[in-house]
Design a protein around this ligand. Structure first.
Ligand SMILES: [Zn+2]
Ligand SMILES: [Zn+2]
Length: 215
């Protein structure tokens, strides 16, 4: 909707990506705008910037029905469907944000971008994390990230061995799991880097008979 600022931010991004891939995907993917605008005028103005089709604004009932059918709880929202109304993905927005063109390519082949594997008994699931290389989402158990705060990288186990990275990567420790000191130290390699000039300050603490060590 034109009044919704996350929509107004996302739409031009999608327009740009759609224009770039349009020829490559050979019209195998179409986008239809379903408006939550408040009047015909803002609908017209918003649609003017879009290179795709739209449901007519006059039918105000259909957007509501579709929203209920696909459990849409906020906008912008992007549902990707194959020709025969199963669902490819309800996470269209996140897939575009994470992979740009690649998401649209996948959809045009009838596949979603995110994939995952079924967690085994008790395996930890990183609900909001996806592998930046293979787009495993959510990630299960193994999740590596970068020690450089400016890097937005997450890697699954398979991609870790295939990816060269400028800074040391660390494995996320799973919440509430117990680790040996060796394992904890191994998870912070930059502290063990002989060229690192940071001084390590080790504190021991006793609380309720439990000894903890902090850096
Ligand atoms: Zn991966
Ligand atoms: Zn990095």
């Amino acid at each position: 909707a034109h009044w919704c600022s996350p929509c107004r931010k996302f739409t031009p991004e999608l327009v740009k990506i759609f224009d770039e891939v349009k020829d490559e995907i050979n019209n195998k993917l179409d986008i239809v705008f379903i408006s939550c605008d408040r009047d015909q005028e803002s609908f017209d103005e918003y649609l003017r910037g879009m290179p795709w089709k739209a449901l007519p604004f006059s039918d105000r009932n259909l957007p509501k029905l579709l929203g209920e059918k696909f459990n849409i709880d906020g906008i912008p929202s992007l549902v990707v469907l194959p020709p025969f109304l199963q669902i490819i993905t309800l996470d269209g927005i996140d897939e575009v944000r994470d992979a740009n063109k690649e998401a649209l390519h996948k959809w045009s082949q009838g596949k979603r971008l995110f994939w995952t594997r079924e967690p085994q008994d008790g395996e930890y699931v990183w609900k909001t994390a996806n592998c930046t290389e293979c787009f495993m989402m959510p990630m299960v158990v193994v999740r590596y990230s970068c020690t450089n705060v400016d890097c937005q990288i997450d890697l699954c186990e398979a991609c870790l061995s295939k990816t060269k990275h400028k800074y040391p990567l660390v494995e996320y420790l799973i919440p509430k799991q117990q680790y040996s000191l060796e394992k904890i130290l191994a998870s912070i390699p930059y502290l063990l880097d002989p060229n690192n000039s940071d001084e390590i300050d080790i504190k021991n603490m006793w609380k309720s008979d439990i000894k903890s060590i902090g850096f």
